[in-house]
Write a protein that binds this ligand. Structure first.
Ligand code: URP
Ligand code: ZN
Ligand code: ZN
Length: 485
């Protein structure tokens, strides 16, 4: 069936135009003025924006982590995403150390089959040997994986040391793949956690104390410099502080290909949450990197507006209150993670566009188009143009939503944005031409979501190698000196 979205303002990262959008089957057939299509279902978008479906490049559905499993699965999570205007997620296959990375990828592919909207997978490198090297190649060649994740934190679990980072970054360069990193110095975190705990600080307030901004800034800078020396592009996930932003800005101004993400929650929530007298409420906010003092938020907004941070994500990784209580006596055992996949677009519109920090086109850039470009899904995803997937959202800029766990669609018993009112939300969400959300009702179906292949960018990365060629090592020809006696 055809769908005609009439009377709205179509916004892409490039422009804003009054136009209709015709959808035939799963793709956009036409964008233009006064379109007609006899027999098509007409959706009235007058007074609304028509935007590409959001892309959340960082989620963890049903992740086994810290002795438990994230409560949100791929069906509930992609459904909640649709209610908030997000139609594609990129999740992470995270192998246990010594597990085949290909096997882990296949396990996650199986879990993700029930998705209600489209998805792709980054694959984490948590250990190293020849088989990992080989399977990175297989994942790129046969499975459309072009990004590998490296956790620089979580010692004694999934943490990468520098040796693994260097091996994996070098391999990624050969393959034309993108290296992504969680930048926190895991050795320092481990030491600080121990010291703080031994001083008798056992509650959630110990969490941010053990992960100060310097710990993030050091790791961000290290990952960036390793990537620079090896001539490979790098993408830093969930930047939360000035320290990391400075490292990113410096490298980008030097011409290095560094991409960076910010989470919606780090833009609007500060570290006062950890001092809440209610243990549960404080623990709900335990995630890494932690929430920061307010001055970091202001800097992150500027970094986003200035293009130093290109994408917004959620790191959606839900653990309900009873799961969080595994750390009642020891903050180190509180599973790290918070919600947000349903909330991100509203937060970015309300606090970004309505405040004048972002234009509507910039909003589209940071909520979908840039992620689509960086992770090589563009223009299938991230725009509204003939031939693109019909992942389209009718965005009502005046739709009010007061966020609450009582009414949200995320499978978690709290919401870190509880009580906040956002103006601007999805009125209708379509995924490849199927309406998933309309009139505040979800119409999602298990298995509608499809895996999105993301081929490597070999020619693009070759340009990076060429740029670095000026620094290629050259041998100095010299006569052997007489041996000193
Ligand atoms: O606290 C977080 N962010 N949990 C999920 C795992 C990660 O570090 O991304
Ligand atoms: Zn992380
Ligand atoms: Zn994460």
């Amino acid at each position: 069936m055809s769908i005609l979205i009439k009377g709205g303002t179509v916004v892409t990262a490039e422009n804003e135009t009054r136009a209709d959008v015709l959808i035939e089957g799963e793709v956009v057939a036409a964008v233009g003025k006064d379109l007609s299509s006899p027999g098509a279902r007409v959706i009235d978008a007058s007074g609304a924006y028509v935007i590409p479906g959001g892309i959340d490049p960082h989620t963890h559905m049903q992740l086994p982590f810290m002795g438990t499993v994230a409560s949100e699965d791929f069906f509930t999570g992609t459904s909640a995403a649709a209610a908030g205007g997000t139609t594609t997620i990129i999740d992470f296959a995270i192998p246990n150390p010594k597990q085949s990375i290909l096997e882990a990828y296949k396990t996650w592919r199986g879990w993700a089959e029930k998705s209600a909207a489209d998805y792709s997978l980054h694959v984490a490198i948590t250990w190293w040997d020849d088989s990992v090297q080989e399977e990175m190649g297989i994942l790129c060649r046969d499975h459309g994986v072009n990004s590998f994740k490296h956790f620089m934190a979580y010692k004694n679990s999934i943490m990468c040391d520098d040796e693994i980072l260097i091996s994996s970054f070098s391999r990624a360069r050969e393959l034309g793949a993108l290296c992504t990193v969680h930048a926190e110095n895991g050795e320092l975190v481990f030491r600080l956690q121990k010291e703080i705990f031994e001083r008798g600080i056992t509650g959630p307030e110990g969490h941010p104390m053990s992960r100060p901004p310097e710990v993030e800034g050091e790791a961000a800078n290290r990952a960036i410099r390793i990537a620079e020396v090896l001539g490979v592009p790098v993408y830093l996930v969930h930047n939360s502080c000035i320290d990391a932003l400075e490292a990113i800005t410096r490298a980008r101004l030097e011409g290095q290909r560094v991409f960076a993400e910010v989470l919606a929650q780090h833009l609007v929530i500060d570290d006062s949450v950890y001092r809440d007298p209610d243990w549960n409420k404080a623990a709900h906010h335990v995630m890494s990197p932690p929430f920061r003092p307010k001055e970091h938020q202001a800097a992150l907004w500027k970094g986003l507006a200035a293009g130093m941070l290109q994408t917004t994500a959620t790191d959606h990784c839900c653990f309900c209150t009873p799961q969080k209580q595994a750390g009642l006596d020891d903050f180190r055992k509180i599973p790290n993670g918070t919600n947000g996949v349903e909330d991100r677009m509203g937060v970015l519109w309300h606090h970004g566009v309505r405040t004048g920090r972002l234009t509507p086109s910039e909003f589209v850039a940071v909520t979908s188009a840039n992620a689509a470009k960086i992770f090589n899904m563009y223009p299938k995803k991230g725009t509204i143009a003939p031939g693109s997937d019909a992942d389209v959202v009718v965005w009502d800029p005046n739709k009010s939503r007061t966020i609450s766990a009582k009414t949200h669609h995320q499978k978690i018993d709290f919401n870190i944005y509880e009580g906040m009112t956002m103006l601007g939300n999805a009125a209708v969400t379509l995924s490849r031409g199927k309406v998933l959300w309309e009139k505040d009702q979800l119409m999602t179906e298990k298995g509608h979501g499809r895996y999105v292949n993301r081929p490597c960018f070999a020619p693009f990365w070759d340009a990076q190698k060429l740029r670095n060629a000026g620094a290629a090592p050259t041998r100095v020809e010299r006569k052997a000196p007489a041996r000193a006696t």
